[in-house]
Design a protein around this ligand. Sequence first.
Ligand SMILES: Nc1nc2c(ncn2[C@@H]2O[C@H](COP(=O)(O)OP(=O)(O)OP(=O)(O)O)[C@@H](O)[C@H]2O)c(=O)[nH]1
Ligand SMILES: [Mg+2]
Length: 207
Amino acid sequence: MAFVNLHEKEIHLKIVYYGPGRGGKTSNLEYIHRKFAKRINTEMVTVKTHGDRTLFFDFLPFDIGLINGFNVKIQLYTVPGQIKYNTTRKLVLRGVDGIVFVADAMAVRREKNIQSLKNLQENLGDYKKSLFKIPFVIQYNKIDLKERGIPILPMATLEKDLNSKLKKPSFAASAVLGTNVIETLKRIIALTVTSIKKDLIQEKKIG
Ligand SMILES: Nc1nc2c(ncn2[C@@H]2O[C@H](COP(=O)(O)OP(=O)(O)OP(=O)(O)O)[C@@H](O)[C@H]2O)c(=O)[nH]1
Ligand SMILES: [Mg+2]
């Protein structure tokens, strides 16, 4: 459940970008930060090893304004995709309200996507949460590579591999060009806000 301060009328929503190493999670946040630089008056926090790999996580907070009289603050996080950092991934998932799964559309990364989604399911399970219930959006990233002659998986294959059971909203995207990056973000925010509203109404905290 999101952090809700009834006194200050403030809600914090935690959205985590998850997915295989080098899939483009950090690049999504970097694009969002660049695009909304004027409106996001905080710096993006990021810890990288050599070669740009995320070591702990990236963190990007921003306000989306008033919803039902509550000031809604969004906190975007990325996890480190490298297999060896599972403890950190699990920590970042703590208290998560919504998830974007950034899959890598490159044909050579097919198995890595499937492995990473499985890993997400397991880690969420440890928090008694389910991918079927949590606000969730899938992004098939790096579609721009097709133009450069790099083999990309057909969307139908990606959908079959990753979304045939979940049936969640999905976007073909390019985090470097910005294609569908904001659309992905808007969709996950909308799903997360709707889900939190439902929870709050159930608990009769808002009318
Ligand atoms: N061509 C292309 N390259 C991309 C795209 N998104 C990310 N990349 C590149 O892929 C590499 C990895 O991107 P990151 O955003 O660091 O990936 P990550 O998912 O944060 O990786 P980890 O932190 O290791 O989990 C970088 O060199 C990016 O420039 C994309 O849409 N198209
Ligand atoms: Mg990263």
